[in-house]
Design a protein around this ligand. Structure first.
Ligand code: SF4
Length: 339
């Protein structure tokens, strides 16, 4: 599905898949050594995904835990090599001969969910922020402290915090440090993997607004991964819905939220609890029936057919492809294909 926009494509994912082979248990290894047969099934975390993100655009990637959205983010960031398919950042392959080209490191950066785990507790904040830029020649080591201070100020922190350590900051401040570290590399593409999920609700809005402000100011392209539909709607130009490794719907955020075409998107939106204020009628929400199937043995045909309230007999046999479902919108459902 193509990204709209006249200024070109920043991220291009074509037929990307990622499989993980689970570790073989000791019992299975012994059985194999004794000549027994051991079944080795792999997890297909990302399954033949194609999408594009235009320069300056934010694509929100939504789905339940375990749907493969973080793995797709890591493929785009070049942290994991794809098992199949290609991923390009501004025209350059993210992987070349199994390795990430050096200049790609500065072009795409990642902000992770947990600011407690993503910052080295033994390093000073100034070193954390400036280490990458110095290593990649973006700034001279003599200017590293001043460079780090500039980025700390940019994310709303005291520039004098350069000599301090991560444990001296709150969760929200740590996430600002993680944002400063990513942006100090002067990337064109930012992969945000649940960047506010571990923060207090009162802090989430501050960090989101900071990201939106910096996106505008620095003309960043963003892949924004979240399981929170409200957050994704707030930040995204377009949104992609992922289910068991596949994109099942993609389109302009407002359109997908107002007129979801895929039964999974419809179920996902209906499952969001609404806040009930004084005087309001009690809200209602409908949890999605069943559970996400194991990616070790995904159902045949449409992966969603066991939970889909409108499944057809063919749904358990034929896998639906993404098809046009409106202006800029596409959904992978046999019902959409027959309309
Ligand atoms: Fe439901 Fe069939 Fe559409 Fe899958 S393809 S979402 S099972 S109607």
């Amino acid at each position: 599905m193509s990204a709209s926009g006249e200024s070109g494509t920043a991220v291009s994912v074509t037929g990307a898949s990622k499989q993980f082979a689970p570790l073989v248990a000791l019992g299975d290894r012994i059985a194999a050594a004794l000549g027994g047969s051991v079944e080795r099934r792999s997890v297909r975390a990302v399954d033949d995904v194609s999408l594009e993100i235009a320069r300056g655009e934010t694509l929100g990637l939504v789905g339940e835990s375990g749907c493969g959205k973080s793995t797709l983010g890591r493929l785009v960031a070049g942290i994991l090599p794809p098992s199949a398919g290609t991923i390009r950042i501004c025209g350059e392959p993210v992987m070349s001969q199994g390795r990430r080209p050096r200049k790609l490191t500065t072009r795409v950066q990642t902000i992770f969910q947990d600011p407690y785990a993503s910052l080295d507790p033994r390093m000073r904040i100034g070193t954390i922020v400036a280490e990458g830029p110095v290593h990649h020649g973006l700034v001279a080591s003599a200017d590293a402290a001043a460079y780090a201070a500039r980025w700390l100020a940019k994310v709303g922190l005291d520039p004098d915090a350069v000599p301090r350590y991560p444990h001296q900051f709150s969760g929200g401040q740590r996430q600002r440090i993680a944002i400063a570290r990513a942006l100090a590399m002067q990337p064109e593409v930012l992969v945000c993997d649940e960047p506010v999920a571990s923060l207090d609700v009162s802090i989430q809005a501050q960090v989101l607004n900071l990201l939106l402000q910096l996106r505008r100011e620095l003309k960043l392209t963003m892949l924004f991964i979240s399981h929170h539909l409200g957050v994704v709607r707030h930040v995204s130009d377009r949104v992609a819905i992922m289910y068991l490794g596949r994109i099942v719907e993609i389109g302009p955020a407002e359109t997908v939220y107002a007129r979801p075409q895929h039964p999974y998107t419809q179920a996902l939106l209906a499952s969001v609890p609404q806040l009930v204020l004084d005087g309001d009628a009690p809200g209602s929400f409908r949890p999605i029936a069943g559970e996400l199937p194991s990616p070790l043995s995904p159902p045949p045909g449409c992966h969603f057919h066991q939970r889909c309230p409108v499944a057809l007999p063919r749904c358990s046999i034929e896998s639906p492809q993404l098809r046009d479902a409106g202006p800029g919108q596409a959904a992978a459902c046999h019902l959409v294909a027959s309309r």
